[in-house]
Design a protein around this ligand. Structure first.
Ligand SMILES: [Fe+2]
Ligand SMILES: [Fe+2]
Length: 259
């Protein structure tokens, strides 16, 4: 207990399906890093003094993360309805809980930073590119395009969040860092699910690759443009920005896609 299970990216695909698509696995995974935390961080963790500019930049960044997490919450809950089997629905149900938690801790963090109306602030500060990404993801879910929607959500959106959160956590204040590191652990599981699901489908139905390539060509520019909106605010210098994009692209390329 208390230990995260072995790296799911290295797990045998069959074992993955049997173990990871369950609340048993999910509970074992999350209790290791959420037990004893309040809204995703150690309750008595001391706040770092941020000046007004730093606080304002952090609020904008967290509002954008909240846009992404809202998209993931809406996307994963919609995907439960079109998932091809019960095992897959079970995994997605655990993901809905994770994404709801992510949104909750981000809203709570905004409130900690003095934001009174998080709903309005998220709407005001959300990057138009990210808002557009959310709309496209929900369109794919609504059109019941299973492979394309799982790709958009569990590979592209998750890879985007994974790359940005991980980099941001390195230089963030201690409370934000703990919140982000907890979210990242869940996102790894979600990406693992996307790779497992699509990996099998790409082998059995090669035409799926062409469809996913189309989705990628449409969504990559939105991802990369939304990076531009947050990179400066999370403290990345101009020289470091290409590495963030590469880190995202590497995650997508694990499925055998090249840009
Ligand atoms: Fe999330
Ligand atoms: Fe996620």
């Amino acid at each position: 207990m208390g230990q995260e299970p072995a790296d799911i990216h290295d797990m045998d695909p069959q074992l993955f399906q049997e173990r990871v698509h369950s609340f048993e696995f999910w509970f074992e995974a999350v209790q290791g890093y959420l037990a004893g935390k309040t809204y995703g961080h150690t309750p008595d963790l001391k706040e770092e003094d941020l000046d007004e500019d730093e606080k304002d930049r952090l609020i904008t960044v967290l509002c954008n993360y909240a846009v992404g997490e809202t998209a993931a919450l809406e996307g994963s809950s919609g995907l439960v309805g079109i998932a091809p089997n019960r095992n897959t629905k079970l995994f997605l149900a655990t993901q809905v809980v994770d994404e709801g938690r992510h949104l909750e801790v981000l809203i709570h963090r905004l409130q900690d930073l003095g934001v009174r109306d998080a709903e309005a602030e998220i709407d005001r500060r959300g990057s138009p590119k990210l808002v557009e990404f959310r709309r496209r993801l929900l369109d794919l879910v609504a059109s019941k395009d299973w492979e394309a929607a799982i790709f958009a959500q569990n590979v592209i959106l998750e890879a985007m969040e994974f790359a940005v959160f991980r980099r941001h956590a390195e230089g963030a204040d201690p409370v934000t860092r703990e919140v982000l590191l907890g979210i990242i652990k869940d996102e790894r599981r979600h990406i693992g699910f996307g790779e497992n699901e699509l990996g099998r489908r790409l082998q059995s139905a090669p035409h799926v690759r062409a469809r996913l390539g189309e989705v990628r060509r449409e969504l990559d520019p939105l991802v990369l443009a939304s990076f531009d909106d947050v990179t400066e605010k999370i403290g990345l210098s101009r020289d470091e920005r290409p590495e963030l994009a590469r880190s995202y692209l590497r995650a997508v390329e694990r499925l055998g896609f090249t840009p």
